[in-house]
Design a protein around this ligand. Structure first.
Ligand SMILES: [Zn+2]
Ligand SMILES: [Zn+2]
Length: 157
């Protein structure tokens, strides 16, 4: 295979793998011992500023991506890591656009996406936010949606 195909595949695989990393981090860390950082994302809060403690996780996920850029850039034998880093960054951008912009409307860039998939994402994450507590959550992923969320009416977020 030509190198650019390999590097493209590494990038795509990293983006996909990040959905599982994010799912497990959300389920086991953010709803686990890091709940104190994630909690304010589940509680209603109106007048306490733009940022949530939960936004710290953007910085947390930036660390592995930074390390991939660093080692991939510095050492020839780790060069493919550069594309893992790019994959993590792409997933971070997708997560930001879908979770923070589209679902939670922190920026009013696109309010209505009218596809079955975008509505299913909204319903699935709405079901996640239906619980304000740490325990017994559902729907911890973002892009991979349980089929049951296709074709139901939208519940409140
Ligand atoms: Zn959560
Ligand atoms: Zn959310």
């Amino acid at each position: 295979m030509p190198p650019f195909v390999v590097y493209t595949l590494i990038t795509i695989a990293s983006v996909l793998a990040m959905e599982f990393v994010a799912w497990s981090a959300h389920k086991y860390l953010m709803h686990g011992f890091l709940w104190s950082w994630h909690e304010d994302h589940h509680k209603p809060h109106e007048n306490d500023g733009f940022f949530e403690k939960n936004d710290r996780f953007f910085l947390v996920f930036a660390v592995p991506s930074f390390l991939c850029y660093l080692f991939g850039g510095l050492y020839d034998q780790y060069f493919p890591l550069l594309f893992v880093g790019i994959g993590i960054s792409i997933y971070g951008l997708i997560y930001f656009l879908i979770h923070d912009v589209y679902i939670h409307q922190r920026f009013k860039w696109f309010r209505q996406l009218d596809s079955k998939y975008s509505k299913a994402i909204l319903r699935a994450h709405g079901a996640h936010h239906a619980k304000q507590e740490k325990e017994d959550g559902e729907s911890f992923g973002l892009l991979i949606v349980n089929p049951k969320y296709f074709g139901k009416r939208i519940k409140s977020k």
